[in-house]
Design a protein around this ligand. Structure first.
Ligand code: TYD
Ligand code: MG
Length: 463
């Protein structure tokens, strides 16, 4: 295809436009220029449509009374995978662009082929475009993870976006998958696949494909462990949903989480297990992260957070041991290090524990990274338990935020957490008194212990 338009270079920091690439911008930023192609004005009114579903079809520039805007477009398409539906906010939305990011090898292609097969099994035409694997490789995986391969599931091993557009024009799929955006390139740009300008250009064109064709489009994107690959980041603002697939590659558990969702909440998570026949849904997520359900051991306390619409429970472990040389270490995995330092400072100052010369390690088991402050109390109790070599007599769960004066601050949804704790056989839940007041002293066979401050919590833990 002949290249249209002219190339300019734009500083990502200040927006300065230059006809040639510059190492340093006039704003002082280094290596901040990315290539952009200015295309001639588009004469097709449809392709100028906005990023909003339906606007392209209604014609450009004509305001519509909000009252009359139909929402039928947001009918959800069932992906056949409950956990994925949940994270998407109830299924896929027509005309939406969804980015699935994750480290290589985490299972993105697997979840996508499973979804593709489910959608195709419902009689819809699905086009799976892969720039990473050949059709044969895709078939091998599909044979492994899909119970049957539906007639209307099409694959295309292709990296040129214009060819993908042509294939869509012919096939008119009801669901399009691009695996991955880093391998895709548009002939309109000279830069290599995966470069910022290519990723952005391809993202824009795919967005237009989704909106004008009114089909859901899934885009796979690889990110590094720190998530800092420039390419996919540039399309994050463009897409409707950003889903992130995480987990440890050598462990089976995979967690799907949404960071952005224009059609639902971002607090839902989906849990899967990677098995030899693909990803299997984990329905009983609240207990998934708890391995040693029955035993109680030193330095281990169960915490809980409320994710989206259900509680998730997990074990927090702490190890406190005398420091050998220099400063004592504070190392945490899954918990913010600053938060840990704050909790330890409160424990030293207000409870009088001598932690200054102790190394403290804290780990959230199962690779989960809980958000929020509701895990503070469990962290404090785990450290206390390891330091004092104290083990609770009863199976205990703890929730609550620790304040700087040692007070325990209320967290949300403790009623649902207690119910789940009772279901899983916990005998007591230690929580802020303000939460406990609303729940009562007993839920099923589980005792509710309301405490005002961290000192009371320590006393309740060992009593
Ligand atoms: P894959 O979906 O190819 O990862 P991504 O697309 O994110 O790079 O999954 C790769 C890993 O998953 C690979 O190491 C093998 C493992 N796997 C299974 O354990 N079971 C399966 O059924 C499949 C298809 C893959
Ligand atoms: Mg893959």
């Amino acid at each position: 295809m002949a290249k249209k338009g002219k190339t300019i270079f734009v500083c990502q920091e200040c927006g300065y436009e230059s006809p040639q690439w510059m190492g340093q911008c006039i704003c002082g930023a280094w290596n901040s220029f990315v290539e952009e192609r200015i295309l001639p004005p588009d004469t097709n009114p449809l392709s100028r449509g906005s990023a909003v579903t339906g606007a392209a079809r209604h014609g450009c520039g004509r305001p519509e009374p909000l009252k009359k805007v139909g929402t039928a477009d947001y009918d959800r398409i069932d992906t056949g995978i409950g956990e994925l539906n949940r994270v998407l906010g109830g299924g896929m939305v027509r005309g939406s662009l969804v980015l699935i990011s994750g480290e290589p090898g985490i299972g993105k292609s697997t979840i996508i082929i499973q979804t593709a097969a489910n959608i195709a099994a419902a009689g819809r035409t699905v086009l799976y475009v892969s720039g990473e694997e050949s059709e044969e490789q895709i078939k091998l995986r599909a044979d492994r993870v899909c119970s049957s391969i539906p007639e209307s599931l099409y694959v295309l091993s292709e990296t040129n976006l214009e060819n993908v557009e042509a294939a869509c024009e012919n096939l008119k799929p009801a669901f399009l998958i691009i695996d991955s955006i880093q391998t895709l390139y548009s002939s309109q740009l000279d830069s290599a696949p995966g470069s910022v300008s290519q990723v952005r250009m391809c993202g824009n064109i795919l967005m237009k494909l989704a909106k004008t064709g009114d089909i859901p489009v899934f885009i796979v994107a690889h990110v590094t462990k720190s998530g800092d690959l420039a390419g996919p980041k540039t399309v994050e603002h463009l897409v409707d949903c950003v889903l992130n697939f995480t987990g440890e590659r050598d462990q089976e558990l995979r967690v799907l989480r949404s960071y952005k969702n224009r059609f639902g909440t971002t607090s839902e998570i989906g849990a899967f297990r990677m098995e030899s026949e693909g990803l299997k849904e984990v329905r009983d997520i609240s207990a998934t992260f708890l391995e040693r359900n029955e035993e109680m051991s030193e330095g281990s306390v169960t915490a809980a957070i409320y994710e989206g619409s259900r509680p998730v429970m997990f074990e927090i472990q702490a190890l406190v041991s005398p420091a050998n040389v220099g400063f004592a270490r504070r190392t945490s995995v899954g918990i913010d290090n600053q938060r840990l330092s704050m909790i330890l400072a409160v424990m030293e100052k207000l409870v009088g524990l001598q932690l200054i010369n102790q190394d403290v390690y804290v780990n959230v088991v199962g690779g989960i990274r809980p958000d929020g402050t509701g895990t503070d109390l469990a962290v404090a109790l785990a450290v206390y338990s390891s330091y004092k070599r104290a083990v609770p007599k009863k199976r205990t769960l703890a929730v609550g935020e620790v304040g700087l004066t040692g007070e325990l601050r209320a967290v949300q949804n403790t009623d649902k957490i207690v119910k789940e704790a009772a279901r899983l056989g916990y005998e007591q839940v230690i929580m802020p008194v303000r939460n406990a007041e609303k729940i009562g002293i007993q839920v099923g066979r589980c005792r509710v212990l309301g405490v005002k401050n961290i000192q009371e919590a320590f006393a309740a833990f060992t009593s």
